[in-house]
Design a protein around this ligand. Structure first.
Ligand SMILES: Cc1cc2nc3c(=O)[nH]c(=O)nc-3n(C[C@H](O)[C@H](O)[C@H](O)COP(=O)(O)O)c2cc1C
Length: 358
């Protein structure tokens, strides 16, 4: 079997290399990082889930100033609404952390999470963003029709064969198959069946999905170099999506203390936790996770837990205190590099994959 780096996926998305930058909401994603990956021949993606609609518009326009190449924007699709069931218990535990950071305590029962999806989606359509990618759910039919009518491409992140088949049936153009090694949130949307996410390893997940859907599969989770990309293609994927590998890129918005924690971490450092957001996610274990786990308190449902912990994460970010930040990371962090641009990272990965596949 001849494995090539110029997969059908490249043709379909108008890109040179089958290398996708994960949208990484909450700081690491920048227009510069997105544009650099696209300019280098991959597909850059802006993680826009937590951005206000007009900020997304400005970021999309900035990306277009930096590159004429295709790029994507990633949003979360989920059931909106807040969980006020155990607010007091949760806030009193979080107040201990606030005290440690020297920020005001909160009794907050009036928590209201922003729900921008409708407007965010509208902006993507109005700005004709070439690729829309989604996590945590699949687009309802009416939205899918709008995407198709606008002639845009759409990619879903999935974590099981069942989710992959649902995405294909809904009209998605491609699938990101996210293995359990992946950094950040689990994309699982059959979450009632998997409260901590479906955690199937990349090696087992990719061929099983590739055998059962006819749309292209993009492998994600623990892929850090050309070896990982080549392996993904051999397993039946037509491309790879990398998040963690780009967190230490020069153009990433990753906070300095987060960068330090990443570079000091290894394959034993990360855990799956719901402590920060109420949804399972992989990140480097720190004091926040430790304290929360020791409390024995169940987190509120997403997005409420994310909203109530935001002031803590923001203060920790300002104070460069990595103990109270969400340090999302995958399991491949020994392969991270310092001071490389996204272009250099893409080139290194592609050279290595080319050498292997020749
Ligand atoms: C810091 C960080 C933030 C992430 N944020 C998002 C996001 O906003 N949307 C999304 O679909 N995936 C997000 N992911 C998950 C990626 O899409 C992808 O599945 C993952 O990065 C692949 O594993 P890797 O980190 O080992 O490369 C994030 C990952 C990281 C590391």
């Amino acid at each position: 079997m001849q494995i090539t780096l110029q997969t059908k996926l490249c043709e379909q998305f108008g890109i040179q290399y089958p290398l996708f930058l994960a949208g990484m909401a909450g700081g690491p994603s920048t227009p510069e990082l997105t544009a650099s990956v696209s300019e280098a021949g991959g597909l850059g993606t802006l993680g826009a889930a937590y951005m206000e609609p007009e900020d997304i518009r400005a970021a999309v326009r900035r990306i277009r100033e930096l590159t004429a190449a295709p790029f994507g924007v990633n949003l979360f699709v989920y059931q909106a609404g807040d969980d006020h069931t155990r607010m007091q218990e949760v806030q009193s535990e979080l107040n201990k952390m606030r005290q440690q950071l020297g920020i005001p305590a909160s009794a907050g029962n009036d928590v209201r999470s922003a729900n921008w999806f409708e407007k965010q989606f509208e902006v993507l359509i109005e700005e004709k963003v070439p690729v829309i990618s989604t996590a945590f759910g699949i687009l309802p039919a009416a939205y899918m029709q709008t995407v198709k009518a606008a002639g845009l491409k759409v990619i879903a992140m999935v974590t099981t064969v069942r989710e992959a088949m649902l995405a294909e049936e809904s009209g998605y153009d491609a699938i990101v198959a996210q293995g359990s090694e992946a950094g950040g949130h689990r994309g699982t949307f059959t979450i009632d069946d998997h409260p901590m996410g479906a955690n199937i390893g990349t090696m087992a997940l990719i061929p099983q999905i590739a055998d059962r859907v006819s749309i292209p599969v993009i492998a994600a989770g623990g892929i850090m170099d050309g070896r990982g990309l080549a392996a993904a293609l051999i397993l039946g994927a037509q491309g790879a999506q990398l998040g963690t590998r780009f967190l230490t890129a020069v153009e990433a918005g990753t906070n300095q203390s987060y960068r330090k924690a990443l570079l000091a971490s290894d394959e034993e450092s990360t855990v799956l936790t719901k402590a920060f957001s109420g949804r399972p996610a992989r990140g480097i274990k720190n004091a926040f996770i430790q304290q929360w786990e020791e409390s024995g308190i169940a987190p509120l449902a997403f997005p409420t837990q994310n909203t109530v912990t935001r002031d803590i994460r923001n203060a920790a970010s300002k104070q460069q205190n990595s103990e109270y930040l969400s340090l999302w990371a995958g399991q491949g962090t020994r392969m991270l590099t310092e001071d490389q641009t996204a272009k250099q990272i893409v080139e290194d990965i592609m050279h290595q994959a080319q050498a292997i596949l020749q």
